[in-house]
Design a protein around this ligand. Sequence first.
Ligand code: UD1
Ligand code: UDP
Length: 370
Amino acid sequence: MKTVMLVFGTRPEAIKMCPLVNELKTRNGIKTVVCVTGQHRQMLDQVLKAFNVIPDYDLSIMRAGQTLIDVTANILNTIGPVLDEVNPDVVLVHGDTSTTFATSLACFYKQISIGHVEAGLRTYNINSPYPEEFNRQAVSIISRYNFAPTQQAAANLIKEGRNKESIFVTGNTAIDALKTTVSETFDHPYLKWAENSRLIIITAHRRENLGEPMHHMFKAIRRIVNEHSDIKVIYPIHMNPIVRRIADEELANCDRIKIIEPLEVLDFHNFLSRCYLILTDSGGIQEEAPSLGKPVLVMRDTTERPEGVKAGTLKLVGVKEEEIYSNFKELIENERKYNTMAHAVNPYGDGKACKRIADILEKASGKLYI
Ligand code: UD1
Ligand code: UDP
């Protein structure tokens, strides 16, 4: 019996790892152990509940206003005894958060194999996204299994000299999650509120955007809403207090902008599937929206998801007010431009990534383990 331990801590990791937890639990030859760091608290718990995943271990490290050092140090200080007790054959981490980096570092120190889910995403700009580009590159140096979501991600790893036998193109588990959530019959009072308008969904949280760039984003959005009376905005706001303060300064007191608490993932995916357009700096939403045929204006200077840009559903619009404003305006006023972006494509997989990863781990020969 192999012991596979999954460690995650933030909302997006949970959305992409919970379907894998549930797939691994169906495999006879695998003992599945879940450890959450609790880097996020409420936003993590929302997802665990949605996927019926009950963690075996919870490090509960979140502190309001935590710094990168707090998160990293608190995980390193608490995860050691859990690794000793579970003694896993492999630890699966996801993507590029501080949970991912700190857990991988702890596993490296203890000579435990790491399986990296969503491996190989790159901007090759160490400051963007910050600190995620560093985190994911660092994990790639020490991971034994690299589960790349796309050929492009696999190519990045090969270019960096990673062992070809460690790389598996699986698709992104985000699409597995999406297949279980979107429903034609979904209804919600907020969707009723937006029924006769064009619904815009916005999200924003990136660390490098906290401050002036976020003011720029929200100012641009506010201008468009003021100029177009048929637009309504729903903004499920991140729990970061800095984001909340900036949103309050720029977007409050407008009856066509609803700032609401983070949505349950099932609700959020259905909101995405019903909206007209998305403005975001999120990573995961850049994977979900293309398969729903929804155009996304990515309010960032870089993206590690070039597949969606190539496919035409994502457009990078930077973090300056005028650039965001003019791109948003164009999509609202130019139907032809909108229609060229609004088509469903799925560069991120067929919804079977979890099955592939579980198959690989089930079949892996003992010698792949340290
Ligand atoms: C983290 C990840 C980022 C990921 C994002 C997803 C790092 C360095 N950053 O960024 O890669 O894209 O999660 O959302 O790992 N908070 C709560 N409750 C919650 C969640 C957050 O109150 O459930 C507040 C806390 O005050 C916390 C702050 O938000 O201090 C920031 O959380 P943190 O995990 O440090 O950073 P994120 O910006 O969420
Ligand atoms: N999401 C959610 N509720 C919300 C907003 C987002 O469930 O109110 C989901 C979204 O579908 C995606 C993930 O959260 O799967 C993205 O998380 P976030 O933007 O916090 O992080 P990132 O993907 O940028 O790391």
